[in-house]
Ligand binder design. Structure first.
Ligand SMILES: Cc1ncc(C[n+]2csc(CCOP(=O)(O)OP(=O)(O)O)c2C)c(N)n1
Length: 369
């Protein structure tokens, strides 16, 4: 057998891996009629909650209670579906923009926002919650997700990892290394790329020449799927299928969700400097919450009582978050140095001593170590 023939034997069928030309869409198609009404109502309630959570967190920045908040307004269908597609034993690997997914996985919202308040490395226990810390360096969490998923499989544990990343993050070396390892090992991992059109001010056209971000999977032997990220039922369907496939040994999937960041990158960004109001308005027309609500009303599956109930639950969550975020947290400045390395470096110890000396000089005793 020649080398070429040998290679041909192991080469995956590229056409089976390629994303379809059209993104998967469910709402407004006959397929929508087949969806479980309970699932649709659950999605609706979570979207209402998610929108309110984003509004409240954004307000907390203005009130000085959060240092920064990268909003996921407009991307809630991705956030909700990512959380709902996972089972209890699975792991979520979020970025700074994915706190809504973290909350919907069951992590306390105040603990979720601890990093963005600037109090501590992370406010929740990743092992207990099966949610990795919010990742700020782009894409560095993706190899971690693959490693965890692969290790779980080797150990015989039933675990799938879902790793979230933005369109800009797909240009990072870590993204490519993670895809490569996931493909080679057939790791039970799902990559959800939320393509919201921009990496801060850099539009997608300046980010990549690839026809779609889902195509990036194919070079690594990973399946790529393109989905309308503002269609909540489509998102849930595609992600659930990808998670089930990974769990059954079918290997990794990369899902590219076409969506839009309606707010600025963070409160520190002025988005009017790089995109037009008309563009934002056009995307507001495709708002994931409005679309699902309209669909449910038109098909007679949503009554006023259910809408009011969903909004009231969202208000209760927001009021609780507001009250608890207005309580001054008890911070221990020296804790900054804990958990950074198993064995602290000499430089870290030196910095710790420096801070200790500064704190001891504080005659008012306002900053107890
Ligand atoms: C390794 C690295 N380089 C640069 C940055 C600075 N940075 C923070 S957010 C961001 C844009 C990321 O865009 P994208 O991946 O599309 O995600 P989005 O913020 O739109 O959710 C950049 C460049 C960073 N956090 N990490």
């Amino acid at each position: 057998m020649t080398l070429t023939e040998d290679t041909a034997l192991v080469r995956p069928d590229a056409t089976a891996l390629l994303p379809g030309n059209d993104p998967v869409r469910v709402l407004g198609t006959p397929a929508a009629a087949d969806l479980d009404p309970e699932d649709l109502l659950r999605l609706y309630r979570e979207l209402v909650l998610g929108r309110r959570y984003n509004e409240q967190a954004t307000a907390l920045v203005k009130q000085g209670r959060l240092a920064v908040y990268p909003s996921s307004t407009g991307q809630e269908a991705c956030q909700v579906a990512a959380a709902l597609a996972l089972s209890t034993q699975d792991w979520l690997f979020p970025t700074y923009r994915d706190t809504l997914s973290v909350v919907l996985r069951g992590v306390d919202p105040v603990q979720t926002l601890t990093l963005l308040r600037g109090d501590w490395h992370t406010g929740y226990d990743p092992h207990a919650t099966r949610v990795a810390p919010l990742c700020t360096p782009l894409a560095t969490h993706l190899p971690h997700a693959v490693g965890l998923a692969h290790a779980a499989r080797v150990a015989g544990d039933d675990v799938v990892a879902m790793a979230l990343v933005g369109d800009g993050g797909t240009s990072e070396g870590d993204f490519h290394e993670a895809l490569n390892f996931a493909g080679v090992w057939g790791a039970p991992v799902v990559f959800l790329v939320q393509n919201n059109g921009y990496a801060i001010s850099v539009p997608l056209a300046k980010q990549t020449a690839a026809p779609t971000l889902a195509h990036k999977a194919v070079g690594y032997g990973v399946r790529g799927v393109l989905v309308d990220g503002n269609d909540a039922p489509a998102m849930l369907g595609v992600l659930t299928e990808a998670v089930d496939r990974a769990r059954d040994g079918g290997g990794p999937t990369l899902v590219e969700a076409l969506t839009y960041r309606v707010d600025a990158h963070t409160n520190a960004d002025d988005a009017t400097r790089y995109r037009s109001t008309a563009e934002v308005e056009a995307w507001r027309e495709r708002d994931p919450l409005d679309r699902l609500e309209r669909h449910l009303r038109e098909t007679g599956r949503l009554d006023t009582g259910t809408i009011e109930e969903a909004r009231a639950a969202a208000e209760r969550m927001a009021a609780d978050l507001r009250t608890r975020m207005h309580v001054e947290p008890a911070v221990a400045p020296l804790g900054l140095f804990d958990h950074v390395y198993a064995e602290p470096t000499p430089q870290l110890l030196e910095q710790r001593e420096f801070l200790l000396a500064e704190l001891s000089d504080d005659v008012e005793g306002n900053c107890p170590p």
